[in-house]
Ligand binder design. Structure first.
Ligand SMILES: C[S@@+](CC[C@H](N)C(=O)[O-])C[C@H]1O[C@@H](n2cnc3c(N)ncnc32)[C@H](O)[C@@H]1O
Length: 296
């Protein structure tokens, strides 16, 4: 597969995430391969970037890519909510979140993120994390499994899929992503098997979110990000599915409402990629960018 390493909505992020002239600090909460960080480091010679990622393997790629910027790039191996909770108030001029996982995870990590591969079902960003996708499909009760698939995958056949998974693991526990994809494929109605998306797409998304507790980290991180930001600084958040976007939208609306709001919303409607970008980089098609500014 040809991998496009261009970050999502580069021009829109640069235009909206304002960086003051003079020495300044940006926190890239989801550095990935360093696509967005490199754009900002290139554009603003007095900017330093603190680059967070919980995945040591992808972080290695960012460190290599950004080594040309010397001490202006500081990598931090952490969940972004943990890092922000321990950061000083008012230390950052700008904060970026580009949520979810990267093309690297699907195509190169070998951790079973893709239903197309034949890889160990792991899906942990933190290799020492206490629960893997295998633990979930082989260990959760049928009911909990169905709940996870429904809640984090918005999968309408969650119960059928959970039942098929539990039935199959009684004879042979799951090891590979391909086994799970096949069981899901067989468990759904024939008409659903050849729909717009592969029938395993939503279940794989749900497992990944459960393994890494992705959604639980967003609101706490946004709250800390507002505290860590300087007055007048901006936060930009790129989401890739409605579950993430809903959390971000409502968190920002809440904080921008009332008598003493501490942020103002810059993007009344989220910014979405141009047709041209979607054509060039198809995973960007579901991206939404929301931006807020700290006002107190
Ligand atoms: C969509 S990618 C970011 C791509 C990046 N903006 C670029 O241009 O290369 C998201 C990255 O954030 C990391 N990540 C996701 N959730 C995280 C969290 N809660 N804490 C820390 N890192 C996280 C993933 O490991 C992944 O590398």
């Amino acid at each position: 597969m040809e991998i496009d390493h261009t970050p999502v909505m580069p021009d829109e992020v640069l235009e909206n995430l304002l960086i003051p002239s003079g020495p300044s600090v940006m926190i890239d909460c989801t550095t990935g391969e360093g696509g967005h960080s490199s754009l900002f480091l290139e554009r603003y010679p007095s900017l330093s970037v603190i680059g967070i990622d919980r995945d040591a393997e992808i972080q290695k790629k960012a460190i290599e890519r950004l080594s040309v910027y010397g001490e202006r790039f500081t990598p931090v191996l952490s969940w972004f909510n943990d890092y922000l909770a321990s950061a000083d108030s008012g230390m950052a001029d700008a904060i970026l979140f580009d949520l979810g996982i990267s093309m690297f995870h699907y195509a190169e990590s070998g951790r079973g993120f893709s239903f197309r591969g034949e890889e160990t079902l792991d899906m942990r960003l933190d290799k020492d994390g206490d629960i893997s996708a295998q633990d979930i499909v082989n260990g959760y009760s049928e009911e909990s499994l169905a709940d996870v698939i429904y809640r984090y995958g918005e999968e309408r056949y969650s119960r059928r899929i959970a039942r098929a998974v539990v039935e199959r693991r009684q004879t042979r526990p799951f090891e590979l992503s391909s086994d799970l994809a096949e069981v899901i494929f067989q468990s759904v109605p024939p008409a659903y098997r050849y729909g717009r998306i592969h029938p395993a797409t939503r279940t794989f998304q749900a497992l990944r979110i459960e393994v890494n507790r992705e959604l639980d980290r967003i609101s706490p991180a946004l709250g800390e990000a507002i505290r860590v930001l300087k007055k007048g600084g901006r936060i930009a958040v790129i989401t890739f599915h409605s579950l993430e976007d809903r959390i971000v939208k409502w968190y920002f609306r809440d904080r921008a409402a009332g008598d003493n709001p501490d942020i103002r919303i810059i993007t009344k409607k989220p910014i979405i990629p141009t047709e041209e970008e979607i054509e060039r980089n198809s995973p960007s098609r579901s991206a939404k960018l929301r931006v807020v500014e700290k006002v107190v």
